[in-house]
Design a protein around this ligand. Sequence first.
Ligand code: NAP
Length: 343
Amino acid sequence: MSIGVAILGATGYTGAELIRLLDAHPHFEIQHLAAHSQAGKKVVEVLPSIASQSTTMMLTKADAGLPDSVELVFTALPHAAAAQSVKKALDAGKKVVDLSADFRHPNLTNYQDAYGLEHPFPELLASSVYGLTEHARAEVAKTSLVANPGCYPTSVLLPLVPLLKQHLVDLSSIIIDAKSGTSGAGRATKTDLLYCEINESMAAYGLPKHRHTWEMEEWASQYTGQDVKVRFVPHIIPMTRGMLSTIHLRGQGCERWHSILSNAYRDEPFVHVLPEGKMPTTGAVKGSNRCEIGVSVLSETQAVVVSCIDNLLKGASGQAVQNANVMFGLDEQTGLPINSCWP
Ligand SMILES: NC(=O)c1ccc[n+]([C@@H]2O[C@H](COP(=O)([O-])OP(=O)(O)OC[C@H]3O[C@@H](n4cnc5c(N)ncnc54)[C@H](OP(=O)(O)O)[C@@H]3O)[C@@H](O)[C@H]2O)c1
C-alpha cells in the first residue's frame, strides 16, 4: 500500500524530521513539500540532513494547491498559518495531522488566552481529535483531523493522566519544572538562541503562564473529569534536542504510584516506566519515539515523577507519524525508531 503525503513546513525542524521518518516509512510516500521563505528552492539547498530521493524535490509555497494523489497532509507550520492550510486540505478531502496549536483547544477561550488570537475556523474544533495517541487511539482512527499535542504537554500528560484518573493527586499543588533543548523553539533566527547567548547558560521563560499551561490544564481536565490546574515553569537549556519534565506531586497512596503507571503503560511500545527510583535521561531517548518515565516516592503523600522525550520525535514528528499510522489502520509502530541515537 502506498499513501501519498504532503508536508507543509518541510524546511523547519519538525518538517525535516518528518521527511527523515517518512522517507523510511514503507507505506507513506512523500509527494509534495512546501515552505514559506524558502519556497522555490530544492530540498538539497535547504536541509543538510536529507540525502534521500527527497533532496531533488522542489519546495512549493505552503498555500499552493495540493496534488490529487496526496491523501495525507502534515502541517508543520507556525500557529495561525497552520489553520489556513489545514482548512484548505480538509476542504480538498485530505486527512490532516497538524503539529501546530491551532486545533488543540476545543475550549476557544483557552486558545484565545494562550495565543492572543481569534480562531478563524472554530467550527472545525468539534471534529478535531487531540492526538495523545496512547489516550486517544479509537478517536484518532476515525477522524480526518488530528491536533498533534505540544511537546511539553506530551511530556507532562503521559505521566500525569493515569495518576489523575485514580483521583490520588492533590490538585492544588501540581508543580512542573521542565527543560527543553533549543530545537523546541524552531529554526527561525532568534537573538536569545544565538550560540553566544545560550551556550553555558540557562533561563526560565514564558512566565507567568507559558502557552502550554492552558493545553496541559485543558486536557488533564478533559481526560479525568477534574478541574486540573498546574504551575508550569519551562527552561531553555544549551542542548539541541530533548525535553525533561520534573513533576512534583502531593497526594495519597504514593507508594502505589509506580505500579499504577507501570500497569497503565505495560503494553505501550513508546511509553516506558523505568524501575522504581531509576530516573530517565534525555540522552537515552534522543532520536527515538519513546517517552521514559521515572517515579521517586518521597513519602506516603509526596512523589516526584520525571519524564523524558525527544521534543522532535514523541514531542512532535514521531507522535505525528504514530497518529497517521493509526488514522490509516497501519501498525502504530511502522516507520518509528524505538531505539535512540546514543551516546
Ligand atoms: N520544534 C519543536 O520541538 C516542536 C514540537 C511540537 C510542536 N511544534 C510545532 O510545530 C510547528 C513547526 O515547528 P518547527 O519547530 O518545525 O518550526 P520552524 O523550524 O520555525 O519551521 C517553520 C516552518 O514553517 C514555515 N513558515 C514560517 N512562517 C510561515 C508562514 N507565515 N506561513 C507559512 N509557512 C511558514 C517555514 O518555512 P521557511 O523555512 O521556508 O520560512 C518552515 O518550513 C509549530 O507550530 C510548532 O509550535 C514544534
